[in-house]
Design a binder for this molecule. Structure first.
Ligand SMILES: O=C1O[C@H]([C@@H](O)CO)C(O)=C1O
Length: 546
């Protein structure tokens, strides 16, 4: 079945957390409409850019784009930006059931509110290995009052202007900034604006709900909980999980989870749903709140209790424990190849280049070329980017991951990793200290075009002989986004079997903007004829003869 969507993108004044700012809307909404589809459907999104003076591109996060690498929506990698006034048509197949995201992939535009959910269900007659009565989406986000443009310029300035912690946290596009804080211009913040009344999810006592949680945060790692209710984790990034129960779920930017919740508590009252920032000391950001409303109580009635405080922000152990608990459902194991053809160790560091603050992989900070790689590679415009491959590792003998590096300087490059088609590749994400003493951050890494097996997590420096001996090669979960914990490592394996050019990057918007990403090419010769609509910028202009 073909599912046709017509989207008009524009900036509008909105007050998702009561504070008025410019928000990118899709057909008047932020978050945008949920795309509902069945496995095997073709999604067509006809996108009209009405942003007046800003380009755009939309990425379908978690959709592998098999046979349509040009529809991945990654500006600079798979397409030219969509300029104001233009219409671009995305067309791709959703080939697996599960919960996925879509969001802007141009500069740091996602945080302007251009995001939404993709829900792919099984064909009628097929069923999941779990059951529920109702299916609901919960889109989690953090929210800034400054424009994405002001933030980008700050990150790219000397002296460096960091984006800081978000002003609020949103649940289904709604949050609450404290309008009575001093220094707010009259008329900008209105606590009674209906845009910012909390999201309320009505539940029928005794029923079971599948909540599809998705994190779109620009920066924050979150802990989500529903006061007084257990949650059973059943899906992660579109894969069935061997079920386990949590009171609070840690979720990193770019991840999705389905949890089952039974409305089995006192039906005479409502309960809080809340998000809290973990892994960063965000003292001035209040927790995100929504209402878990037991029918027939009033959906706006506040619960009689204080909202839950949530876990301590700097406690890494329970987060690592949750990561380790996520295994493939026993009836849905995709066995990983038992060996790999290539191991790429990726040291994650914060650096300086000519006095600018950057993030790097193996001391190379990523920057886009002018021509999208997909076009350059397919049409042999190889002079458009650096042909020296980036390093497959770092000097692990001599690099101390636990302290500020002796030499924090890095280089910048737009070079890429070229993978041999149909080979198995291991990636070891190695975390380290930032440029600040006693500080290491959590980075959620997202791979385009593939799912990978998560073979292991550990703390400290990865040891190729001892740590790889402990890989989970039996029932590893497959995901498309995974955290590397502070001072820790994460090991992934994937098959380079999807012809195209694919980004792999930290899903924190500012970190990717500062260079925290790499690009993989595989099987470029197998990519079909590129649509002209992705061309028109840089050297692809020469190919664009209408
Ligand atoms: O990239 C970052 O910069 C700041 C800080 O390290 C420098 O101000 C921070 O917390 C980041 O994640």
């Amino acid at each position: 079945k073909i599912r046709h969507h017509k989207w008009e993108l524009k900036y509008e004044f909105k007050s998702p957390d009561c504070f008025k700012k410019l928000v990118i809307t899709i057909n008047g909404r932020s978050p945008g409409p949920t795309i509902n589809a069945e496995v095997g459907d073709t999604i067509v999104v006809e996108l009209k850019n009405h942003l007046l003076t800003e380009n755009v591109a939309i990425h379908w996060h978690g959709i592998r784009q098999i046979g349509t690498p040009w529809a991945d929506g990654t500006e600079g990698v798979t397409q030219c930006p969509i300029v104001p006034g233009d219409t671009f048509v995305y067309k791709f197949v959703v080939d697996r059931p599960g919960t996925y995201l879509y969001h802007a992939h141009y500069g740091m535009q996602r945080e302007s509110g251009l995001y939404g959910l993709i829900r792919v269900s099984l064909p009628a007659g097929e069923s999941e290995p779990f059951s529920y009565d109702y299916d609901k989406g919960l889109l989690l986000n953090d929210w800034y009052h400054k424009s994405t443009y002001e933030q980008a310029v700050g990150l790219n300035s000397k002296p460096f202007v960091w984006v800081g912690e978000p002003q609020s946290l949103l649940i289904n596009g709604r949050g609450k900034f404290n309008c009575s804080k001093p220094g707010i211009e009259a008329g900008v913040c209105n606590a009674t604006n209906p845009d910012c009344s909390p999201y309320s999810m009505t539940v029928v006592p005794g029923k079971t709900y599948r909540l599809r949680l998705a994190s779109f945060t620009a920066l924050s790692a979150l802990s989500f909980e529903i006061e007084g209710h257990n949650m059973t984790v059943v899906e992660a990034d579109g894969h069935n999980v061997e079920p386990f129960v949590v009171q609070n779920l840690y979720i990193y930017s770019g991840e999705t989870y389905s949890v089952l919740v039974k409305a089995d508590q006192d039906p005479k009252r409502n309960y809080w749903m809340s998000t809290k920032i973990v892994s960063r000391d965000a003292v001035n950001t209040t927790n995100g709140l929504a209402i878990f409303n037991y029918y027939p109580n009033h959906p706006r009635r506040n619960p009689p209790t204080m909202p839950p405080a949530g876990p301590r922000w700097n406690d890494t152990a329970p987060r690592l424990a949750q990561s380790l608990a996520i295994k493939s459902h026993k009836d849905y194991i995709h066995s990983p190849p038992q060996t790999s053809d290539r191991v790429i160790v990726m040291l994650n560091t914060q650096n300086r280049i000519d006095g600018f603050v950057k993030w790097s992989v193996n001391n190379v900070s990523f920057g886009f070329p002018h021509t999208p790689y997909l076009v350059s590679l397919k049409h042999n415009l190889l002079h458009t980017f650096d042909q020296n491959p980036p390093p497959d590792g770092y000097d692990s003998q001599n690099y101390d991951i636990n302290s500020v590096a002796k030499n924090v300087n890095a280089t910048s490059s737009n070079s890429i990793y070229r993978l041999k088609f149909n080979t198995t590749v291991d990636i070891i994400l190695q975390n380290a200290n930032t440029m600040n003493p006693n500080n290491s951050e959590t980075h959620p890494w997202h791979l385009h075009g593939h799912d990978f097996w998560v073979l292991g997590y550990g703390s400290g420096k990865f040891n190729i002989s001892t740590d790889s001996a402990n890989y989970n090669l039996v029932n590893p979960i497959m995901k498309n986004t995974v955290p590397v914990h502070p001072y820790g490592w994460t090991a992934l394996r994937f098959r380079a079997d999807n012809p195209g050019v694919w980004l792999f990057h930290c899903h924190i918007e500012s970190h990717f903007f500062m260079g925290m990403g790499v690009v993989f090419e595989e099987g470029i010769e197998k990519v079909g004829k590129l649509p002209k609509s992705i061309m028109g910028c840089g050297e692809s202009k020469s190919l664009y003869k209408p």
